[in-house]
Ligand binder design. Sequence first.
Ligand SMILES: [Ca+2]
Ligand SMILES: [Ca+2]
Length: 111
Amino acid sequence: MQMFDKNGDGRLDLSDLARLEGAGLLWGGSSVEERRRDFEKIFVHYDVSGTGELEGPEVDGFVKDMMELVKPSLSGLELDVFRKLLLNHCDLNNDGKIQKNELALCLGIKL
Ligand SMILES: [Ca+2]
Ligand SMILES: [Ca+2]
């Protein structure tokens, strides 16, 4: 948790999440086409139920994998915090699920 808490107030905020996204965790400096293709692959990978949206454990899986790239052992509490952050940040229609277009927007991918 410490490594994200750069301003030392003990809280994680959206800028921490933005830094995480901006860190190029999922893809490097590839072209728009490649990013889009990678995004499709990633989405399909996490959308286990094939519903076109990430819900429940699918969101958990996504958050966990993303976080584990920078922080190998994540406590349940941390997972919870980041799931909430992700939903706050990305769940534009507030249905508690991350639709594909929401995730794309969130990650700065143009579909
Ligand atoms: Ca799903
Ligand atoms: Ca949503």
